[in-house]
Design a protein around this ligand. Structure first.
Ligand code: SF4
Ligand code: SF4
Length: 472
């Protein structure tokens, strides 16, 4: 039985409840009256249950689908405005004792070079990332008790925060490492991490066990209950995600929302972010081997429905997606993207020819960060390098209650403008700088509160004068 408050994976991701939800959604996919009721509820901006959202995902009526997309766009605009938060992944090590069928780092893969960055190499990678303009990283590592124990991750976080190159600084380190104990999560919290991210890969237990035939990750409950242990360890912000393509997308969609409902019920705070990866080619990995791949239209529909179902949760799309696809989903709900990413260990410093040898997945959007920034600006978005919330202690339920009160928006917009100004002065190419300056000039009058507007004006002038790191 579905028990959202339970701490047991098989109760908060109750298989039968997922199946019943899919059947319910299929039965009602042309039920205009029910879809209207669900949409009416969604317009209150209070979110939807997994069942209600699944009805929207299944909806087969053209006019109602148009309403779904329009509502997703409106909610995106109301909650996130035209801001897009930027980040980059940093791969620390590709040694791994797991056997994930979709990842080239799996332990049976004997023909990729294995590499773990030393602290000196991490410094070089971080300098390269700072010189691009990044302020927010997501560190990634395979699971290995000898090559990448928690002590190595903790030391690496310390190293990353310590590097200050010219005006550069990494101000927020999010962490994407294997499920671990509450004690270890407490140590990560102590090290000052931002979000703890762990992709579920698939919520379907039987598929999960087949796709993870050995290693600690084989244990479905250990993996699925990780976010509860992370929160027990004091981590406020957790990031969910599934790897679309492994299982039927409808199943993953309903289960993902059940996981969000569980965190809200059991921990009092829903997920901070939801990542949206789709399976991609890599060494020895052919995405066509996985029968559940989704096309761009379904991908866009899933994103729109998640935006409506959990309006307060940020949504992330990486460089796994093409420019065209990213363009589309930015409008529908995505609030955070990576740019200029390298998915290899040591990839930011490695010569071009070596790139790809150890890549975890194929990067589709290969543009440099500055090109991505200019592209966003030209499309009317504000690229934001803001990391203010976590540094101001606005995490977990504090973050969520500010979000729900609408007050957070008064911070995001000014912070986006100030961090973009820093980027333009320190890292942008002349064209990016020109379009960015125009955007900032046009956006300042949009700050509704006069006091804040004047303060931001002062801060922008101070940034131009050489000061850095202002935040609201
Ligand atoms: Fe290891 Fe993660 Fe790749 Fe699995 S997905 S093989 S745990 S690096
Ligand atoms: Fe994110 Fe907070 Fe900055 Fe807004 S103010 S962009 S929520 S860190």
């Amino acid at each position: 039985m579905f028990k959202p408050k339970s701490r047991r994976a098989e109760e908060f991701i109750d298989h039968q409840e997922v199946l019943d939800t899919l059947e319910y959604a299929a039965q009602h996919r042309r039920n205009a009256a029910l879809i209207d009721t669900v949409l009416e509820k969604a317009r209150q901006r209070k979110g939807l249950s997994h069942r209600e959202a699944s009805v929207l995902l299944e909806c087969d009526l053209e006019d109602k689908n148009a309403e779904i997309y329009a509502l997703a766009k409106r909610i995106k605009q109301d909650f996130y405005g035209n801001r897009i938060v930027m980040f980059a992944p940093l791969y620390l090590s590709n040694y791994c004792i797991n056997a994930c069928a979709y990842c080239p780092y799996h332990r049976q893969n004997k023909h990729i070079p294995r590499k773990k960055l030393t602290q000196e190499e991490i410094v070089k990678e971080v300098i390269a990332l700072q010189d691009m303009g990044h302020k927010r990283l997501a560190i990634e590592s395979g699971e290995h008790p000898v090559y990448s124990p928690l002590e190595y991750i903790l030391e690496s976080i310390q190293t990353i925060y310590s590097v200050k190159h010219h005006n550069g600084a990494i101000r927020r380190v999010n962490v994407n490492i294997a499920a671990t104990t509450a004690e270890d999560y407490a140590k990560l919290k102590e090290a000052g991490i931002g979000t703890y991210i762990l992709f579920q890969e698939t919520y379907h237990k039987e598929s999960y066990e087949k796709l993870h035939p050995s290693g600690p990750k084989h244990d479905y409950a250990w993996h699925t209950e990780a976010m509860d242990r992370a929160m027990d360890g004091g981590i406020d912000d957790v990031g969910l995600g599934v790897l679309f393509g492994l299982e039927r997308y409808r199943y993953e969609f309903a289960a993902l929302l059940m996981h969000a409902e569980h965190l809200e019920a059991a921990q009092g705070v829903g997920p901070h972010t939801i990542s949206m990866p789709r399976i991609r080619a890599a060494d020895g990995i052919d995405p066509s081997q996985f029968a559940n791949g989704i096309n761009d239209d379904i991908f866009a529909k899933i994103i729109a429905c998640i935006r409506i179902a959990v309006p307060y949760t940020g949504m992330i799309v990486s460089t796994r997606e093409s420019r065209k696809c990213r363009e589309r989903v930015l409008e529908l709900g995505v609030s955070q993207i990576s740019g200029g990413s390298r998915t290899t260990v040591g990839g930011y410093c490695a010569p071009e020819a070596q790139d790809g040898e150890t890549a975890q997945f194929e990067v589709i959007d290969t543009r440099a960060l500055d090109e991505v920034v200019a592209w966003l600006i030209e499309r009317g978005h504000i690229p934001s390098f803001c990391t203010a919330c976590y540094r101001e202690g606005r995490t977990g339920d504090r973050f969520m209650s500010l979000c729900k009160s609408g007050q957070l928006q008064n911070c995001c917009h000014p912070n986006a403008l100030m961090t973009l100004q820093e980027y333009l002065l320190d890292y942008a190419a002349p064209h990016t700088r020109a379009v960015g300056e125009n955007l900032i000039a046009a956006e300042i009058p949009q700050i509704p509160n006069e006091k804040v507007r004047l303060l931001v004006g002062d801060h922008l002038r101070a940034i131009q004068g050489g000061s850095r790191d202002f935040r609201l």
